[in-house]
Design a protein around this ligand. Structure first.
Ligand code: 6R9
Length: 646
């Protein structure tokens, strides 16, 4: 290997893992040479009610863009995640729930999971929810969140999980965006000892969602809430009245499984749609190989079910493999910075999967918080969500894993449904900071800005040139935008929106987004979303938002704001605007820096030159590039002079 820092695969791991390097290379080759045969074989890993005979029907354009896998097969995701395991695993733990407070935890067996999910599925049916209906889930990280998802899958309803940290407005937009008439929530959530008013937020959101006729409410804290007798139903009461047998609906492979809203480069979040058969094959297969999952392993992914990582790698992937998956309600630093590692010790976690932002935050807390725990059960560490800087990677490897655990840096997206570029523990020598090599069936392609494919060691825009079963199928209700966003930048290719470098060993290094999407603590956000929240304030005339390097969050949010004529900038107004954005979108969108901009750098045609704003936010004035095309170059001097300092 060309690079100095390479961590080879330990010999015993290569022997005991599902695949070693020769096997990876062989399987990868097969998957690329004959995708039909490869995916026909691996499609059998899930249970089909009616087996498929067609494997793949994909067109990335020109013409009718469509993606179909296992089209004529029928199955049910919930059946695969639960019922299929009952003969052998009825009394095995499916879910370990660890509460926000370290004194609370619960073990849920596959048998109990079956009953809980079936009861709730019947409770939804009793309220008229049926196959094809969209159901919005706005919940804390409690077992009922997973029951709700699985119950939807069981009856063929399409869930849309909305992260519990989103504001009432953001929730309302997502309910309207998928036209759902049933919402599942809790009285309050609990995170880091603080209460989150989920029911109150839901009530507020529903003021603008008149079509919602049912709200199921889980009693989590017992806090005071308002109640609407016609619309609101207690989860417990509804389940107590329901039967614990509920047949799993026979679904076509291409029937929708879920919608998940994610940020794009425009203001309106996109409803990414995933379907049934291909998604499940891909989520479960990647979970098995990437985490080298073996029967009996205790597996913990720290994500929230409000993100795709929670869908594929807390719920669907692990449960389909019959795993024990840990669901954590809390946060990494509550009650102390040792929490993650204490939970690993308490529940004997073998596989641990988290985000670089959490690693960086814990790294700052010092060695002692880690060292006082054992972590001896951990065998494998994973990361996801954003590029991991080599320092954080080394800390994760040396301190958390004590040099003993491989790290899988997994690159993927809401749109991809599952992991696309990643090491395999027994097969891939590691380089800190690189997501390494493609998973089976994945064909990455780097292209220049004109779409010309680049060969060898190079850097460019990351595209994928052929489909894999877990790929999204469309944007809910807007197929045209789907085609526009993903398949029209570079003809015939799926464009990821990420920049990427490939080194001389063929390893991939994701460099971050090349579009107007920023990644704050692993959360994707469109700069346009934050901008439209800011201009919705009565005193704001215009705003431009960019990302800048942030030690913990990866990227921070830097907002330039131009006030309406007659309005005076003040520290008070700055605070007011920051609070405003939190309220409009949610705490994750809180601007870290907000600079008053008497004018924004624009071209003569009125286009904001973000490249310049990015450079100023990055404190990198030396390379502002050509500013001669600006309508008024002097605004740049003003912005530099008044740049916010930390
Ligand atoms: C799974 C998830 C997707 C964007 C993606 C990229 C960034 C995710 C990464 C990574 C570098 C990794 N990203 N994993 N960048 N290395 N291992 O995070 O989905 O929320 O849709 O975000 O996150 O920029 O395009 P999502």
């Amino acid at each position: 290997m060309s690079d100095a820092t390479v961590f080879p695969v330990p010999e015993d791991l290569a022997q005991n893992a599902w695949v070693d390097e020769p096997r990876y290379l062989e399987m990868y080759q097969q998957s690329i040479e004959d995708p039909e045969a490869f995916w026909a074989e691996h499609g059998k890993r899930i249970h089909w009610f009616k087996p498929f005979t067609k494997v793949k029907d994909v067109n990335y354009g020109p013409g009718d863009v469509h993606i179909r896998w296992y089209e004529d097969g029928t199955t049910n995701v919930c059946y695969n995640a639960i019922d299929r395991h009952l003969p052998t695993k009825k009394d095995d733990t499916a879910i370990i729930w660890e509460g926000d407070d370290p004194s609370e935890h619960e073990y849920i067996t596959y048998g109990q999971l079956h009953d809980n999910v079936s009861r709730f599925a019947n409770a939804m049916k009793a309220r008229g929810v049926k196959k094809g209906d969209r159901v919005t889930i706005y919940m804390p990280m409690i077992p009922e969140a997973t029951y709700a998802m699985l119950a939807c899958a069981r009856i063929g309803a399409v869930h849309s999980v909305v992260f519990g940290g989103f504001s009432p407005d953001a929730l309302a937009g997502r309910i309207q965006g998928c036209e759902s008439n049933c919402v599942i929530t809790a009285d309050e959530g609990l995170r880091g000892g603080r209460k989150v008013p989920l029911k109150a937020n839901t009530d507020k959101a529903l003021e603008s969602c008149p079509d919602v006729d049912t709200v199921f409410v889980v009693k989590r804290t017992g806090g005071d809430i308002d109640w609407n007798d016609k619309r609101d139903v207690w989860w417990d009461e509804a389940c107590a009245a329901a039967d614990k047998e509920c047949p799993a609906e026979e679904m076509k492979a291409e029937d929708p499984l879920f919608i998940l809203f994610t940020s794009g480069s425009t203001g309106k979040p996109k409803g990414v749609l995933h379907t049934t058969g291909g998604y499940l094959v891909y989520a479960s297969m990647t979970h098995k190989y990437v985490f080298d999952y073996h029967d009996g392993d205790i597996y913990w992914c720290t994500a929230d079910v409000g993100w795709i990582t929670g869908h594929s790698y807390i719920v669907y992937g692990p449960l389909t493999n019959g795993a024990t998956t840990l669901v954590f309600e809390g946060v990494p630093n509550y009650p102390t910075a040792s929490r993650f590692w204490e939970v690993c010790d308490k529940h004997k976690v073998n596989i641990f999967y988290t985000a670089p932002t959490a690693i960086r935050a814990l790294m700052r807390e010092g060695l002692e918080a880690v060292k006082r725990t054992s972590r001896s059960t951990i065998r494998l560490l994973g990361t996801v969500g954003e590029p991991i800087n080599p320092e954080a990677w080394m800390w994760y490897h040396q301190v958390v894993g004590e040099g003993r655990c491989q790290i899988v840096d997994t690159w993927w997206q809401t749109e991809t449904g599952g992991i696309l570029i990643t090491p395999l523990p027994g097969a891939t020598p590691l380089k800190p900071g690189s997501a390494t090599r493609p998973f089976f069936g994945v064909k990455p392609l780097l292209v220049d800005n004109d779409g010309k494919p680049l060969e060898g060691a190079t850097e460019g825009n990351l595209c994928i040139s052929d489909s894999w079963p877990g790929q999204m199928r469309t944007l809910y209700g807007d197929h045209e935008r789907f085609v526009q966003t993903y398949f029209s930048t570079y003809d015939g290719l799926y464009f990821t929106g990420d920049g990427c470098r490939r080194d001389e060993d063929g390893y991939y290094w994701i460099t971050g987004r090349v579009d107007d999407v920023i990644n704050v603590s692993g959360h994707r956000m469109g700069t346009a979303e934050v901008e439209s929240a800011l201009v919705a304030h009565a005193k704001v005339a215009e705003s431009a938002v960019v990302g800048y390097p942030h030690d913990i969050k990866g990227q921070g949010i830097y907002a330039y704001v131009t006030l309406n004529a007659g309005e005076e900038p003040s520290d008070e107004l700055r605070k007011e605007l920051v609070t405003w954005v939190r309220k409009e979108i949610g705490p994750i969108a809180t601007p870290d820096m907000l600079q008053w901009a008497p004018g924004l750098p624009k071209t003569r045609s009125g286009k904001i030159m973000r490249r310049i704003l990015r450079k100023i936010a990055e404190n990198d004035y030396g390379s502002l590039g050509d500013t001669s095309t600006l309508a008024d170059p002097s605004v740049v001097d003003d912005l530099i002079e008044n740049r916010m300092n930390k």
